[in-house]
Design a binder for this molecule. Structure first.
Ligand SMILES: CC(=O)N[C@H]1[C@@H](OP(=O)(O)OP(=O)(O)OC[C@H]2O[C@@H](n3ccc(=O)[nH]c3=O)[C@H](O)[C@@H]2O)O[C@H](CO)[C@@H](O)[C@@H]1O
Ligand SMILES: C=C(OP(=O)(O)O)C(=O)O
Length: 473
């Protein structure tokens, strides 16, 4: 029987120290999106991968995109200067900073540190163009409504992996006393009693990550006590709760299915470090697995990845070292190079198997022994990568939200010209390219740049042959 991975518990999170305010303005490296992101598809840069390299060495893991986005939105709840550390430099975080800037916030960027002051915010209507690019931008609605009593926010963008409605955000805000209507592609919200939001009770029909985050932030600024049930338990929700508590909020129950929040009108300044990106870390574990390699990575919170690691151990991989923040992982088979066994996956909310690792896991399963079944239960349309993965040669059969992956016996992977249509689907093609014989060209990599910081540089650090080709306009 496969052994179960039991990570050591983390030490308690240190309480925040107060940030020494820095009056100077320095480089705004995160605020200027690279030109290539605004180009048409045929002018997009592409990744060229020569497959077959065995990876080795150490990869640094960046801060979490899905924590950084809500925490940047939450700076709108805070007076004074908020200093965030370990913020990843991604097109999504740059969009989020533009959204804050469009409201009148002052944003300064020093490498991976971002200092935000929202005291000068005068607008409650963020730039619609940026909101429409990313999912996390919509999260400003809760803080705006809580602090200013109104918000006018365009409909969110993000990966095209399903309908992704926002009904739970809206119904939850109504339960806190807001009047909310959707008109002309915008959500227009008012704290309808004229005095601001009021505490209330709301049960989410589904533990939506985004709706939980919207309601947590709104409840922190509402008058009275709020109880939210059937909430999301993802590490990013816990990270947001820790940030809010550091700024003076009272949030109890983060990481369980019920939150109790005592509202205050305004939160104060703080200094806070974003957690490591578990999805980026998981992607590198899968990169090592698909190339049958041994690598180390840090920083990482192993318990955030228990579900994936247990599956990989079942497949035949080994955890050689696991401390609270470093992981040494080996997929080097004992005898032959292709000894990993397939396994079944059903995505579900945390602590279940993360939907954001489903496409990358499917890429690995095409190289494993036997038939694997991959079921996507979180999003209704997250199988777009399959047609592109099939171009590498393996047999994959899709029926609705379930894929049958026939594994290495259905054929080995051959380099191919493919195109990303979303973030994680896109990176699954990069993983397939690492394992394929010959050269792979991955187009549409603006999708990948939304969520991976320096992907090709990090892969090269591990010994992969990956180049970014930027075609001049
Ligand atoms: C920026 C960010 O953090 N993105 C993550 C966040 O997205 P996001 O917050 O959008 O994901 P949700 O947890 O809200 O969505 C999960 C499911 O709930 C449904 N739903 C959601 C809200 C709502 O009001 N009504 C509704 O029906 C969605 O359509 C989806 O089927 O969590 C997802 C699930 O872990 C991840 O894949 C995304 O990477
Ligand atoms: C689906 C994702 O992102 P978003 O919610 O930002 O579209 C993702 O990170 O895989």
């Amino acid at each position: 029987m496969a052994s179960t991975f039991n990570p050591k518990p983390l030490p308690p999170k240190p309480s925040s120290t107060h940030f020494q305010k820095t009056p100077h303005l320095l480089a705004h490296t995160l605020q200027t999106p690279p030109k290539t992101l605004t180009h048409q598809h045929h002018q997009d840069p592409k990744l060229i991968i020569t497959g077959g390299a065995i990876l080795s060495g150490h990869v640094p893991i960046s801060g979490s995109k899905n924590s950084a986005l809500p925490i940047l939105a939450a700076t709108l709840c805070c007076s004074g200067q908020t200093k965030l550390k370990n913020v990843p430099n991604l097109s999504d975080t740059r969009s989020m900073l533009s959204i804050l800037g469009s409201l009148g916030a002052q944003v300064e960027v020093f490498g991976d540190e971002v200092v935000v002051s929202t005291d000068g915010v005068r607008s409650v209507e963020p730039c619609e163009g940026e909101i429409g690019k990313i999912r996390g931008g919509f999260l400003v609605i809760g803080p705006l409504l809580g602090r200013f009593g109104e918000a006018v926010v365009g409909l969110p963008g993000g990966c095209d992996i399903g309908a992704r409605p926002i009904d739970l955000h809206i119904r939850g805000l109504r339960a806190l006393g807001a009047s909310v209507e959707c008109r002309d592609g915008k959500v227009i919200a008012h704290a309808s009693n004229g005095k601001g939001l009021v505490g209330g009770r709301f049960r989410l029909d589904y533990p939506s990550v985004g709706a939980t985050e919207t309601l947590m932030m709104a409840a922190c600024m509402a008058d009275g006590v709020t109880v939210l049930s059937n909430v999301a338990q993802e590490p990013e929700v816990i990270d947001l709760a820790h940030f809010l508590m550091d700024t003076g909020a009272f949030v109890e129950g983060a990481g369980t299915d019920k939150l109790l929040i005592k509202g205050r009108r305004k939160l104060h300044d703080s200094e806070y470090s974003i957690i490591p990106d578990r999805i980026e870390a998981g992607t590198f574990l899968l990169a090592a697995a698909i190339t049958r390699s041994c690598i180390t990575m840090s920083p990482i919170v192993p318990s955030h990845l228990s579900c994936l690691i247990n599956k990989l151990v079942t497949a035949g991989c080994k955890i050689l070292q696991c401390t609270p923040d470093v992981l040494e992982f080996s997929a080097v088979p004992a005898k032959s190079r292709d000894g990993l066994h397939g396994f079944d996956v059903r995505t579900s909310p945390f602590p279940g198997f993360p939907t954001d690792l489903q496409p990358q896991t499917m890429a690995l399963l095409t190289t494993c022994q036997g038939l694997s079944v991959v079921e996507e239960s979180v999003f209704e349309n997250r199988m777009n990568h399959v047609t592109e993965l099939q171009k590498f040669g393996p047999r994959i059969q899709v029926c609705g939200s379930t894929a049958l992956v026939f594994g290495k016996d259905s054929g080995r992977l051959y380099g191919s010209r493919v195109a990303a249509s979303d973030l994680r689907g896109g990176v699954s093609l990069v993983l397939a390219g690492l394992a394929a014989q010959g050269t792979t060209e991955v187009n549409g990599i603006a999708h990948i740049d939304r969520g991976y910081e320096n992907l090709e540089m990090k892969l090269r650090l591990l010994g992969a042959d990956v180049k970014r080709l930027t075609i001049p306009p």
